[in-house]
Ligand binder design. Structure first.
Ligand code: SF4
Ligand code: SF4
Length: 95
């Protein structure tokens, strides 16, 4: 909410994040049409994907095994671009 000159509060424009931590309430998974597929054979376990994902939705399951939480993965491919081992490919989401 932002205050006007008369002191009234009005809603912020759509897309503006006004409170920290609110992304957990916004399930961004349905935004995308692609999802990352992790190749365990190529993965070096560097953890870059987990750190760089803007949604913070990549989980490290066990050695060289990662997965993205599809409730929040928006298919942006940042992880695939950043992976130094070329171990992530983007594929169409299966609905
Ligand atoms: S960025 Fe690539 S190599 Fe590094 S942990 Fe993720 S999938 Fe594995
Ligand atoms: S595609 Fe984007 S949102 Fe999904 S796991 Fe990769 S970096 Fe995160």
């Amino acid at each position: 909410m932002t205050a006007t000159k008369k002191g009234k509060r009005r809603k912020p424009p759509l897309g503006i994040v006004t409170r920290p931590g609110s992304s957990l309430r916004n399930k961004t998974g349905p935004w995308g049409i692609l999802s990352p597929v992790f190749d365990r054979e190529k993965c070096t376990g560097c953890n870059t994907c987990e750190v760089i994902c803007p949604e913070g939705c990549i989980r490290h399951l066990e050695k060289k095994q990662y997965e993205a939480d599809m409730e929040f993965c928006k298919g942006c491919a940042v992880c695939a671009e950043a992976c130094p081992a070329d171990a992530i490919t983007m594929e169409e989401k299966r609905l």
